[in-house]
Design a protein around this ligand. Sequence first.
Ligand code: NAD
Ligand code: MG
Length: 397
Amino acid sequence: MESLTVLGATGSIGTQTLDVVRRHPDRFRIHALTACSRWHDMASLCSEFSPETVVMTDPDAAAALRNHLRETESDTEVLAGDAEVATIAGRTEGNTVVAGIVGAAGVRPTLAAVNAGKRILLANKEALVVTGRLFMEAVHAHGATLIPVDSEHNAIFQCLPEAVQRGEQSLDDAGVGRLLLTASGGPFRQADRDRLALVTPEQAVCHPNWDMGPKISVDSATLMNKGLELIEACWLFQVTPERIEVVVHPQSVVHSMAEYADGSVLAQLGTPDMRTPLAHALGWPERIAAGAQSLDFTRLTGLDFQAPDEQRFPALRLARQSLQMGGCATAVLNAANEEAVAAFLDHRIGFMDIPRLVEEALTELPNPALESLDQVLDVDEGARNFIRERVHRERPA
Ligand code: NAD
Ligand code: MG
């Protein structure tokens, strides 16, 4: 029995993870679940999966859940607060940790799992974008196993030889050249600049191919998601950004590719369903059922590929720029983006203000050398304050 801890259990990644787990009661047992405030959802997860411990970061939600569980005579222990999420992530009882928290809030819990040498199924790309080198050094120092869940990175992982997957061979030694990261292009792929300026949060959260949480849906619409994924891929596969090509592929059937020295390109295909990469990562190196629909090739109308337009979607250029800047720049990019997306979702700024504000943060804020976790989280906080002040100055509440 593999014992699982799911961080962000009530979110899109969390619920899809649990849907795969539900199909394999003989294989997985839920040790712990964490979430922010949706205690009703957590209560039903408790009655179905009987975890030993759950954490609600919101103390009121924790109290409400504790009362509810007491009435149902459940044995599940309920803890409260941010610090407990990291404690649970590093606990010895959970062998595998699904990192499904959204944003930099996932940094400390994900690193706690890394430092405890766990098998980590990484969805929380922001944790890697913020801490980069520190994260990968900790993975190696503590012998953690990192399996990418982000569909593109999971696809590339699947296209690599097992020795590379296990970290026993480099991409060069395996004859891998370029990595090709596919992007759907989001809901506004064909919109002109005037149209983009008028995009509303309600339109931006409706992704054409994937059903995801609100933050990553907006990131997909600005293409910042692909920028974060470019940074994520550089760290996961230990390559420079020049070796990664982003290709817009509107059908989201080819989830990404690896090109070899002999010109062969290996691709991973499937219906756009996150349960496939989740099941792959949960079962690896074995294959287990995900519940995803088979890809019906006779119904595919075509597979299109095109270069991304960095004029209309500057976020990809900004992500490359932050990688070139080094230091803490990718943490600034991420924090500025998280705050700008929150302001956009709150109807306080326009869609095109998101990349503009991120660029202002990148060019105007200092960029110290990356030294420690506390330092980079201070930089993260500084970038958030910068965006909050700028949003307030431009549009007072
Ligand atoms: P979501 O908004 O649906 O869920 C987020 C989860 O994190 C919730 O359970 C919430 O309770 C928890 N959470 C939120 N803020 C928190 C905080 N401050 N402290 C602790 N917990 C907190 O998000 P999602 O779409 O599931 O995305 C999760 C992560 O997975 C993101 O990093 C995203 O980029 C990545 N990802 C998601 C998908 C997808 O299909 N949803 C695909 C690829 C990668
Ligand atoms: Mg992705």
